[in-house]
Design a protein around this ligand. Sequence first.
Ligand code: 5GP
Length: 126
Amino acid sequence: MPYDYDDQNIFAKILRGEIPNDTVLETEHTLAFNDIQPQAPVHVLVIPKGPFVCHDHFAAEASEAELVDFLRATAEVCRITGVAPGAGGDGYRTIANAGENGVQEVPHYHLHILGGHNMGRMLPNA
Ligand code: 5GP
């Protein structure tokens, strides 16, 4: 089944400037902004500007320029927020929820970057 992008999702509205956001970084193809309900001292959402639903959609259909821009932007966000181990930070976790079982709430691909304290085990019962 093809991916069905809903252009009324909240991140699409942020990208169109209809809803404000607390921007951390903006590049040609990528926007990063602070999560409205942070789950850690650092909680940034990185999104492609293109209409992609989830990680596998983005990985399969984005252009190489979009893919590279997104990946490099995530690294830059880690550096800017001070969590990148390569820049003296204490580390972070990235999460990309997808679909029903991934409990994805917003159907526009986004990578969570979480850090600023120890994130604990990956899953509660791991
Ligand atoms: P998901 O469960 O889809 O992986 O995560 C969606 C994330 O988007 C949640 O962490 C939620 O707090 C965040 N979020 C939802 N609405 C808004 C909004 O209007 N602005 C910002 N900055 N974050 C939002």
